[in-house]
Design a protein. Structure first.
Length: 250
């Protein structure tokens, strides 16, 4: 590809129609060679800067509570199931396939860290991500319903490439909350990816939803063609506390 065509293509990509038209007509330049060289460098830099800004804008829009990166994980301390499956999940192929990830197990074993880390990787790869704890999502759904904006939220919710729902099991739902949660996750079933973290096994999800039929339906839809990680193990936080106590005792 010659430099002129590359400049034209970058202008199309950056949505700069006036510059593109001017470049297509070289006679508008008094010194076309010098002009192309400078313009080419400027547009390459602008394209690079926009890509960086877009990545950080997606991360900010996802509303992560903390920036937990996958490279910060102590992988040797993860439960065995996570050690085996994490390399494949890092490829983000599950998003391309519209598959879900369910991380269930004891507190402090890296469930939220893995979920957020995969979410940040997805943002960097160009995917649109939404993060919420279960309680904040339920509250937002109820607020949208009372303000008659629920349909607008639904349209956005079902289009995210990846939705991450954290801390399922720490609070139980009332009937309205359970139905809203179910209906919105159902919008994405089989089409878009969802990550769920939970301290409860599937058998105990009924304790949260208080409805065996709804619980069975939700579990069936979420687990269909999904990656289920058993995250039972020794708590990271407990290990850190023990190290801290040992250091202070010394």
């Amino acid at each position: 590809m010659n430099k002129k065509q590359e400049v034209i293509d970058i202008c199309k990509n950056l949505r700069l129609p006036s510059i593109r038209k001017m470049v297509q007509n070289e006679t508008d330049f008094k010194y076309p060679d010098q002009a192309f060289d400078v313009l080419h460098q400027v547009l390459i830099q602008e394209k690079s800067d926009r890509l960086v800004r877009a990545k950080y804008n997606r991360i900010r829009a996802a509303n992560f509570p903390e920036k937990k990166l996958l490279e910060e994980l102590e992988e040797e301390a993860l439960p065995d199931d996570a050690k085996r499956k994490l390399p494949h999940l890092k490829t983000l192929d599950f998003i391309k396939e519209g598959q879900n990830i369910i991380l269930t197990g004891s507190p402090g074993t890296g469930k939220s860290h893995i979920a957020v880390g995969l979410g940040i990787e997805a943002c960097m790869a160009g995917y649109k991500v939404y993060f919420a704890s279960v309680s904040s999502l339920i509250n937002q759904l109820k607020e949208c319903r009372s303000e008659r904006t629920l349909r607008a939220f639904e349209l956005k919710f079902e289009k995210y490439d990846l939705v991450i729902i954290d801390e399922l099991g720490y609070i139980s739902f009332d009937k309205d909350g359970a139905e809203l949660f179910f209906s919105h996750l159902s919008l994405r079933a089989g089409r878009k990816s969802t990550i769920i973290t939970s301290n409860l096994s599937f058998l105990k999800w009924q304790e949260v939803f208080h409805d065996p039929v709804l619980t069975a339906a939700l579990t069936d839809r979420l687990t269909h063609k999904s990656h289920v990680l058993n995250m039972n193990g020794v708590s990271y936080r407990m290990k850190e506390t023990e190290k801290w106590m040992e250091m202070n005792e010394g």
